[in-house]
Each structure stands twice: as C-alpha cells, then as structure tokens.
Design a protein around this ligand. Structure first.
Ligand code: C2E
Ligand code: MG
Ligand code: MG
Ligand code: MG
Length: 273
C-alpha cells in the first residue's frame, strides 16, 4: 500500500505487497499486448430518452477478453492503465474505434467515450483528437467525451481550458459520475462547454426506496437542467426508477433496464428502429 504524505511516497511493506505489484506489472504487460494486437473491443450501452423511449446515444465501454485471464473488468485494468500511462494510448485507440463505428452506421447516435484524468495531463490529447477526426469522415458532433467529475475538480483551470479546445474541434463534452467527485457550483459554472451531465448510479439505485437519494437526484436533475445540461441517469435497472427519473425531468437513462453494453452492429440495428 502506497501513501502520499507531503508529496513523498511512503511504502509500507506487508505480506502480499510484492504479489500485488507483480500482478499489476503482468496486467500492464498483457494489456499493452492486447492494445497492440487488436485484442480490445468497445461495447456500446444504449442511452434512451425518458420522454419518448427513443435511442439518443450510447456509451462506449472498453472490453478485454484475454485467452488466459478470461474477461477482465475495466474496474481492474483501467486503474493499472492509468498508473502506467498506458491509458493515454488506450484512450486514443477508443476514440479511433468509436469514430470508426460511427462512420460504419452509428451516425445519428451520440457516442460517448471515457477520458481518464491521466489523459488530461497528456500534452498530445487535443492533437490526437484532431488527428483521429481527420482520419475518419465523421461529423464531430456525434462524438462526446466523458470526463469524470473528479478529474474535472483535480485541476479545474487546466481541465476547463482543455475541454474548451476539444469543444472547439466540434466534439461534445459530458461530466461523468456526477455526485461522486466533490464538484462545487463554481466548477459547474466554469465548464460551460459541457452539454451533458451524468448522475452516478450510486445515487440512482436508491431513488425508489430512499427518500434522501430521491431528494438528491431530484435536486441534481433540476440543477443540471437549469444550467442547460442534458441530464443522463446512470445505472437505471428497472421501470420504477425510469418512471421516477422521468417525473423529475431527467432527459435520458442508461442502464440494464434499457440494455446492456452490446456490439456496434446490434446498436446500429436498434438505431435504425
Ligand atoms: P462508467 O463510465 O461509470 O461506466 C458505466 C459502468 O456501469 C459500466 O461498467 C457499465 O457496464 C456499468 N453499468 C451499466 N448499466 C448498469 C446498471 O444498470 N447497473 C449496474 N450496476 N452497472 C451498470 P464497466 O463497463 O465495467 O466500466 C467501468 C468503468 O471503467 C467505467 O465506469 C469507466 O469509468 C471505466 N471505463 C470503461 N471503458 C473505459 C475507457 O475506454 N476509457 C477509460 N478511461 N475508462 C473506461
Ligand atoms: Mg462513463
Ligand atoms: Mg459513469
Ligand atoms: Mg460510474
């Protein structure tokens, strides 16, 4: 376990520490290989209008099926990719793959790609996005970049300047996992280039049975809407949640109730009606 104390890294040696470090190094090596050998895929999870049930967008989620490891969860390998810097290449790959899918039949659906905090530190991010757009004949407004609230807060000035440059390329920007990253009203005021706000599923899951979760989500939806954001609820798992969210004025929902992450072909069929 590594701690940060006054900038210095303090490592406590404990049984298991070596094994954990070894495991991370192995994941990093295998993930790098998967990235180089076409071993990663994007799965697309539908985002559905709570007003009329139409498909309005999809979130691209990276999938890693390894011969020996089986299916590895992003919650396991994204943190490793962030620490090692590999997430910069992974993120560039994801943008490219999403643009290819849009060109191949998803135009008309806004596709969201996750951008990690670590990528915001990469001085090549804007140029990479620009180059990817030049490689594909796609209207940039069909691509949306999701930045987590916590990444936004970490270095708000830098992040908002960067988001503005990405927005100037014609891309859309979304604030992800809202409610978990300690954004203040000041942060929300500043990121005026974002057009969508995603309410984290940890709040959404409680809205039917927990009055406090319901109050929080209702207030977040109202705040987001009044600031001009399209508000998307994450992790919608049943009809009762969807109905409540619609009553609150939430624009769209994403979650198992509306569909699991799927292939771009299946999503295109759904988009076609
Ligand atoms: P996220 O951005 O919050 O993505 C939503 C996660 O919630 C996805 O998990 C999705 O499969 C899951 N989910 C969707 N609907 C439901 C539901 O109804 N109930 C529940 N319990 N879960 C639901 P996934 O695919 O395992 O991804 C986990 C996280 O990994 C993502 O969270 C995102 O932060 C990160 N991630 C995924 N793909 C990428 C990527 O290409 N780049 C980066 N930087 N991060 C990624
Ligand atoms: Mg996301
Ligand atoms: Mg999210
Ligand atoms: Mg989340």
């Amino acid at each position: 376990e590594a701690h940060r104390r006054g900038g210095a890294e303090v490592v406590r040696y404990r049984p298991g520490t070596y094994e954990a470090a070894r495991a991370r190094i192995d994941i990093e090596r295998d993930l790098r290989r998967a990235l180089d050998d076409d071993g990663l895929q994007l799965a697309y999870q539908p985002q559905v209008s709570l007003v009329d049930g139409s498909l309005v967008g999809a979130e691209a989620l990276v999938r890693w099926h390894d011969l020996e490891r089986g299916t590895v969860s992003p919650d396991e390998f994204i943190p490793v990719a962030e620490d090692s810097g590999l997430v910069v290449d992974l993120g560039a790959w994801a943008v490219d793959a999403a643009l290819e899918a849009i060109a191949a039949g998803l135009e008309g659906v806004v596709v969201s790609v996750n951008v990690s905090a670590r990528q915001l530190d990469d001085p090549g991010l804007v140029a990479a996005a620009e180059a990817a757009l030049a490689r594909h004949d796609v209207d940039p407004r069909w691509l949306r970049l999701e930045i987590t609230e916590s990444a936004l807060v970490r270095d708000a000035e830098h992040a908002s300047a960067l988001l503005r440059r990405l927005h100037d390329l014609g891309l859309r920007v979304s604030i992800d996992d809202f409610g978990t990253g300690y954004a203040t009203l000041e942060h929300l005021r500043r990121v005026d280039v974002a057009d969508s706000l995603k309410i984290d599923r940890t709040f959404v899951s409680g809205i039917v049975h927990d009055a406090r979760d319901r109050a929080i989500v209702g207030a977040a939806v109202a705040l987001g809407r009044s600031l001009g954001f399209t508000v998307v609820a994450e992790g919608v798992e049943d009809a009762a949640q969807a109905e409540l969210l619609a009553e609150m004025g939430c624009d769209a929902g994403q979650g198992y109730h509306f569909g699991e992450p799927t292939t771009p072909e299946a999503l295109a069929r759904r988009a076609a009606g």
